[in-house]
Design a protein around this ligand. Structure first.
Ligand code: ADP
Ligand code: MG
Length: 242
C-alpha cells in the first residue's frame, strides 16, 4: 500500500501539489487521471523519490520512504516513462539485462530474468537483438515494461506509458498489462489523461484537478455513474445533473 499523507510540492511560486492525501491499495491497478499540468507526474515521482515533497509524508507498507536509501528504494520500484527511455545504443535484451545486473542479480540470473520478462511482455526471441530504433513504438513500450519488471518490483509506476502508441496496439498493451498485473499481483500506479484508457484499465480511478487535488476516487463504474462534481463528469465524459 502506498499512502500519500498531506503531500505538497512547490517550485518557487508554482504549487505543483497542494496537500494531497491518497491511499493506493496493494495488488490493485490504480489510475490517476487529470488534465495536463494537474500534478500527475510530480505525484508519481514522489513515490520513488525522484521528486522530494516540500511537505508531507509518503509511506509504503507503513514505512516513511524519506527514511529509506533512495537508490535501494528506486530499485524496488518499476518506473515506465511515456517515451520508454530505452538506451538507444543497447539491444532490447541488453536494456533489460543491464537493469537486472545493476540491481545486483548474478549474470546468469539477469540473463534468465531478461529472457523471461521480454517473453512475458510479448517480445519474440528474434527481436531480442534489435536496437530500439528497429522496434515499433508499441514494441519499445513492451521492452520498457520488461525493463521495469526486471528487478522484480512489487510496485510499478507508469507515466502515460502508451501515449505515443496507436489505438489498436494500445488496447492490446492495456490488456496484457492487466494480465501481468494480476499474474504478478503488482501494485500499479498508472497516470493518463485519456479517459477511455483510464476507464478501461482501472480497478480504482482517481480523478485529479489542479495541484493534484483529489476530486473523486472509486471504481470506474461508480465514478461514471455518480460523478461527485461537474469537473469529474466532464473529465470522464458523462452528463452532469448537479
Ligand atoms: P502533469 O504530469 O499532470 O501534466 P506535472 O506534475 O508535470 O503535471 O506538473 C504540475 C505543475 O508543476 C505544472 O504547473 C508544471 O509546470 C510544474 N512543474 C513540474 N515540474 C516542475 C519543475 N521541475 N520546475 C518547475 N515547475 C515544475
Ligand atoms: Mg505528466
Amino acid at each position: 500500500m502506498i499512502e500519500f499523507d498531506h503531500v505538497s510540492k512547490r517550485y518557487k511560486d508554482v504549487v505543483a501539489l497542494d496537500d494531497v492525501s491518497l491511499v493506493v491499495p496493494s495488488a490493485e491497478f490504480t489510475v490517476m487521471m487529470g488534465l495536463s499540468g494537474s500534478g500527475k507526474t510530480t505525484l508519481l515521482r514522489t513515490v520513488n523519490r525522484m521528486v522530494t515533497p516540500t511537505s508531507g509524508t509518503i509511506r509504503i507498507d507503513g514505512v516513511d520512504i524519506a527514511t529509506l536509501n533512495p537508490i535501494t528504494l528506486r530499485r524496488s520500484i518499476g518506473y515506465v516513462m511515456q517515451e520508454g527511455g530505452l538506451l538507444p545504443h543497447k539491444t532490447a535484451f541488453e536494456n533489460v539485462r543491464l537493469i537486472a545486473r545493476i540491481a545486483g542479480q548474478s549474470d546468469v540470473d539477469a540473463r534468465a530474468n531478461a529472457t523471461a520478462m521480454l517473453s512475458m511482455v510479448g517480445i519474440e526471441t528474434a527481436q531480442f537483438d534489435r536496437f530500439p530504433h528497429q522496434l515499433s513504438g508499441g514494441q519499445q513500450q513492451r521492452v520498457g515494461v520488461a525493463r521495469a519488471l526486471a528487478t522484480k518490483p512489487r510496485i510499478l509506476l507508469m507515466d502515460e506509458p502508451f501515449g505515443a502508441v496507436d489505438p489498436i496496439v494500445r488496447e492490446e498493451l492495456q490488456d496484457e498489462l492487466r494480465r501481468i498485473q494480476r499474474e504478478l499481483e503488482l501494485t500499479v500506479l498508472f497516470v493518463t489523461h485519456d479517459r477511455y484508457e483510464a476507464l478501461r484499465i482501472a480497478d480504482q480511478l482517481v480523478v485529479l484537478s489542479h495541484g493534484g487535488h483529489v476530486e473523486q476516487r472509486g471504481t470506474p463504474a461508480t465514478i461514471t455513474g455518480h460523478p461527485a462534481t461537474e469537473f469529474v463528469a466532464k473529465l470522464v465524459g458523462v452528463p452532469w445533473s448537479g
